[in-house]
Design a protein around this ligand. Structure first.
Ligand SMILES: CC[C@@H](C(=O)O)C(=O)SCCNC(=O)CCNC(=O)[C@H](O)C(C)(C)COP(=O)(O)OP(=O)(O)OC[C@H]1O[C@@H](n2cnc3c(N)ncnc32)[C@H](O)[C@@H]1OP(=O)(O)O
Length: 337
């Protein structure tokens, strides 16, 4: 690198740092706002135990996995899982070299919403509002993560589980999965930010239809509505990979009579999501700083006024202009490629 380039890189790094320290926009409840007290809410929530939320971070690929794990209850969210989800999302929000997140449920089931036992325990209006603010904050943070986020929907996504999938950037759905905004049937409306995101995702009228009908949405219908991005069908390749992996583990109960859904291991789920991310976004050859800048630009654009958004876009642009990936691309660029 010649001297001039080096100066440019250092200058751009200093600018990026300065910008990064004060550029984060936030749309979450802050401490004290509307009586929001994060610690008090968490202390209450963790008393409702059960299940876990498991975060795996791969620093080499920049891909992380978030598994909702309470399979005895179809991955319903207990209070302590709500707290674990928030902690995991907070951790991911400062992952400098991260590129993507895959969110999925244990045992080929996405999520059946809030654990009804937790809901019953916190059934007063005050407690309900606190849980609602807490989950809104968490899912807003998830939606704003500086990573490309993909929800892999298998089995059922019900109530809060349906809201959860709207907090990701993209959605893959298994062909026999179902989504249901069951809230009306429970005498409720969504409160985890699901209405706000659903309206933005599929438009006012379709959102109103889904919420008012409150019926089951098949994977095919979800695709037609634009609620999901891709229908996943089990291919022979996936099946062979699954069978081979099982054979390698010397599993004795390799049962070909099982329905395909049960043969479809979480590993295969993750492989499919990773393949999809790599194919669509060429993650291996993408600089995380550039990807994060793109995600942040888009997130801010849909939440700020036109003027604020344009100003923010310019600032984010400045943070990558003259950066390592930019200079490398300028060096290597060939026309017609
Ligand atoms: C305030 C939050 C609110 C929101 O914002 O929306 C909510 O999220 S409230 C919760 C909304 N969710 C539901 O109402 C889902 C209720 N569950 C079901 O409809 C079904 O269980 C299912 C998810 C469609 C799966 O059906 P199926 O495959 O037939 O399994 P089972 O019904 O036999 O369930 C197995 C097992 O799991 C328990 N379970 C399921 N969901 C929950 C839940 N949300 N909370 C607690 N427990 C749940 C179910 O009771 C069974 O337990 P056992 O009988 O002990 O085996």
């Amino acid at each position: 690198m010649n001297k001039c380039r080096k100066v440019l890189v250092v200058k751009s790094r200093v600018e990026s740092f300065l910008y990064a320290t004060n550029r984060r926009f936030s749309w979450v409840y802050k401490e004290g706002e509307n009586g929001y007290d994060n610690r008090a809410i968490e202390e209450t929530l963790v008393t409702a135990q059960g299940g876990s939320v498991d975060l795996t971070v791969d620093h080499d690929t920049g891909i992380s996995l978030l598994k909702i794990n309470n399979s005895a209850k179809r991955n319903a969210f207990s209070g302590n899982m709500m707290v674990s989800l928030k902690k995991a999302v907070e951790k991911l929000s400062s992952w400098k070299n991260g590129k993507a997140l895959i969110l999925y449920g244990a045992n080929h089931q996405f999520c059946s919403g809030a654990d009804l036992n937790t809901v019953r325990r916190f059934s007063s209006k005050q407690e309900g509002e606190k849980m609602c603010m807490y989950m809104q904050n968490t899912l807003t943070l998830l939606h704003q993560l500086p990573l490309l986020t993909v929800a892999f929907v298998e089995g059922k996504a019900i109530g809060g589980g349906a809201e959860l999938l709207t907090a990701c950037d993209f959605r893959l759905i298994n062909e026999d999965a179902e989504i249901q905004f069951v809230h009306k049937k429970m005498g409720l409306t969504p409160g985890w930010g699901g209405v706000t995101r659903l309206v933005r995702l599929i438009g006012r009228d379709k959102a109103l239809h889904l919420l008012s009908a409150s019926n089951k949405i098949s994977a095919q219908d979800a695709l037609h509505l634009g609620l999901v991005d891709k229908l996943v069908q089990l291919t022979q390749r996936d099946l062979f990979r699954e069978i081979r992996a099982r054979a390698e583990l010397a599993s004795k109960d390799l049962n070909h009579e099982k329905p395909l859904q049960q043969l479809y291991s979480p590993d295969i789920t993750v492989h499919i999501a990773i393949d999809w991310l790599q194919t669509k976004f060429d993650l291996d050859n993408t600089d995380p700083k550039v990807l994060q800048a793109i995600k942040e630009s888009v997130t801010c654009c849909s939440n700020l006024s036109l003027l604020e958004s344009l100003k923010n876009e310019r600032n984010i642009f400045k943070s990558v202009w003259g950066g390592e990936a930019n200079l490398k691309a300028l060096d290597e660029i060939k026309f017609g490629k």
